[in-house]
Write a protein that binds this ligand. Structure first.
Ligand code: F6P
Length: 610
């Protein structure tokens, strides 16, 4: 059997490759045939080069302990970090909420200390759970190893070549790293738990306990422990988190009226003040300099790190510097219909069609009214300006003029907002009609709202040799591409092109920036990219993202409202998005307007030259 590369692949290996369901594989499954001996490469590498999305993360164990006062957003940040490390770094992550294991937090006496014996027993039980996760002994055995003797032979061959025991979890290609994230959703009640890390002694206890893993465990795992302390010093940030908590309690029926709410607010403030007297912050007097830690002060505003040199710790610092639980909204939409879309061609850089421009017009109004809260000054004519020679210049809608609202407006002040497009003509054109007036900020500064920013990182997947082809043409020109891509859509790299893993790596810097924003952000991009961003934001596994074939439609805007409660709403199911997603579906409106324009003899619709 001939592989696309022109090398011979033995039928057994090819079969094994197809049947491979090794869930722990660290490489793209579609590259597995490259590990097979051929006549010109009789001793192949046992593991292909690591894909970028997994680099530097092999076999390591991290325990991240969130500490700090109650009501600072620790739980939200901990769960977001988990989502980020899974999606962008392929790490196996598990969150451990101390409050779930603590009798004090589960209705016990919250004002008195748990007896030392109870506390020890709980701490050890908690430790066992952590150890099981870190050692991987709570995993189901990989199905392929059990049922597929071809795969067993394949694993044995790997072992015999590099001399590595296939069950050694430190070995390259066996495990992609594990991160245990420990936090308390009820820091007040769990104060006396050793795992709360609320004093120097408790932090030492945690370190000593985790150090025993490297001596006692079968696999001799090494564990890096990192403390993450979240502190808020700004009253507006404290109030914001408290408000979000009270809103949640009202929504979920724990509080009934505004009197309840006021009482609850003052109780919470008292509880935080009590806790402040007991809690011992990470010390900078030299006594805790041997610890790895991050101090987040007002989220990313001031970040202090100690002993955080290494691949994953540095990624963690970067992410934590960006993320925050303050309310903000991300809007995602695909470009309007492009010329290539009409014939089903992949990639390219074609302009948008009449239907695409109709969506651009609708999107401009949506952005002005819904995202930025602008005021329409003059009703638009139904024509778009038609004298632009440069296709990259914004076509301005005929007569529409938008102005800003100030705080005295009954509809409230206009909202400073952001806009990103890819560098491709079809997204730039789709966003070209969006107005971007200059707004006055409360501090007296100016903000050009929706000022367009072009990012190459969010360009569509590059299909390499298949660019510009239809799927049928791909099937003829690259017969293996269709099969391999079906088998492993996330890992399959188009010949001289990209895979979804490549996309995930290249959007990561943009995601970091997106996380840091508090203003609404509208992203006009492409199908494959938006599947990844949408999956990440809604907590869908990255392996499922490429298969989200129906979730991201053209002529639809997906509104994603994030706040301190969003992590709790995540479903992880691509077919049931969480409640914080609102879908603005303009498909019918686009079709109706196209029909009307054509009925009215709508020629001259496009700006010239398109
Ligand atoms: O067909 C439109 C398009 O954006 C192509 O340019 C791109 O190759 C494709 O969608 C990505 O979708 P999929 O990964 O499902 O092929």
């Amino acid at each position: 059997m001939e592989h696309e590369s022109g090398y011979e692949v033995s039928p057994t290996a090819a079969d094994a490759m197809r049947r491979s369901i090794d869930s722990e594989a660290l490489y793209a499954k579609s590259q597995e045939d490259l590990l097979t001996a051929t006549s010109i490469n009789p001793t192949p590498t046992t593991v292909p080069p690591p894909i970028a999305a997994l680099a530097g993360n092999i076999g390591e164990r991290h325990v991240l302990i969130f500490i700090g006062l109650p009501l600072v957003g620790k739980r939200t940040i901990a769960l977001r970090l988990k989502r980020y490390l899974r999606f962008f770094h392929g790490a196996k992550c598990k969150a451990f909420d101390i409050a779930k294991f603590s009798p004090a937090a589960n209705g016990g006496n919250q004002t008195t200390m748990t007896s030392p014996m109870d506390a020890d027993a709980q701490a050890l039980d908690f430790f066992d759970r952590l150890r099981n996760f870190l050692e991987g002994s709570d995993d189901k055995p990989p199905q392929a190893m059990e049922v597929d003797d071809v795969m067993t032979a394949f694993a044995a061959r790997r072992a015999s070549v590099n001399g590595v025991d296939p069950v050694d979890r430190n070995a390259k290609n066996v495990d992609s790293g594990r991160v245990a994230i420990v936090f308390s959703s009820d820091a007040m009640s769990t104060f006396y738990e050793n795992w709360s890390g609320s004093s120097k002694e408790r932090r030492r206890w945690i370190l000593a306990r985790l150090a025993t893993l490297s001596d006692s465990s079968k696999s001799k795992i090494r564990v890096k422990t990192i403390f993450i302390e979240v502190t808020l010093t700004k009253p507006d940030l404290v109030d914001n988190i408290l408000e979000q908590k009270l809103d949640r309690d009202v929504r979920e029926g724990r509080l009934r009226n505004s009197r309840d709410r006021d009482t609850a607010a003052s109780e919470w403030k008292d509880r935080v003040n009590d806790y402040r007297k007991l809690y011992v912050t990470l010390q900078e007097d030299g006594s805790e300099d041997d610890l790895s830690y991050i101090k987040l002060i007002n989220y990313g505003e001031r970040v202090l790190t100690n002993r955080m040199r290494a691949y994953l710790p540095q990624r963690i610092v970067q992410f934590l510097t960006a993320t925050h639980p303050t309310k903000h909204t991300i809007y995602l939409c695909r470009h309007g219909q492009s010329e290539y879309n009409t014939t089903g061609r992949l990639g390219g850089n074609s302009p948008i069609t009449e239907r695409g421009w109709v969506f651009a017009e609708i999107l401009a109004r949506f952005a002005a009214e819904h995202v930025c809260n602008l005021k329409e000054v003059k009703t638009p004519q139904s024509t778009l300006c038609s004298d632009l020679d440069d296709p990259y210049l914004a076509a301005t809608p005929g007569e529409t003029i938008w102005s800003s609202r100030d705080a005295s407006d009954p509809k409230g002040a206009s909202v400073p907002s952001r806009l990103w497009t890819s560098s491709m003509l079809r997204t730039i054109q789709t966003a070209a009609l969006i107005p971007h007036p200059v707004l006055k900020l409360p501090d007296g500064g100016n903000w050009e709202s929706m000022s367009p920013r072009v990012y190459r990182n969010i360009d569509e997947i590059f299909a390499g040799d298949c660019e510009g082809m239809t799927p049928d043409e791909v099937a003829v020109a690259h017969p293996q591409a269709t099969t391999l891509r079906k088998m492993d859509k996330i890992g399959y790299r188009y010949p001289r092109g990209e895979s979804y893993f490549d996309l995930i790596s290249r959007i990561e810097p943009c995601i970091q920036e997106m996380e840091s924003y508090t203003e609404p952000l509208l992203i006009v991009s492409h199908q494959a990219i938006l599947r990844c961003i949408f999956a990440y934001l809604t907590g869908v596994d990255r392996e499922s993202a490429p298969g989200m074939e129906t979730q991201i439609q053209q002529n639809v805007v997906y509104q994603i409202d994030l706040d301190a409660s969003s992590e709790g709403k995540i479903t992880g199911d691509p077919n049931h998005p969480p409640a914080f997603v609102t879908v603005h579906d303009f498909r019918r409106e686009v079709e109706a307007r196209v029909t009307d324009r054509r009925a009215a003899g709508g020629s001259g619709f496009y700006p010239q030259g398109r």
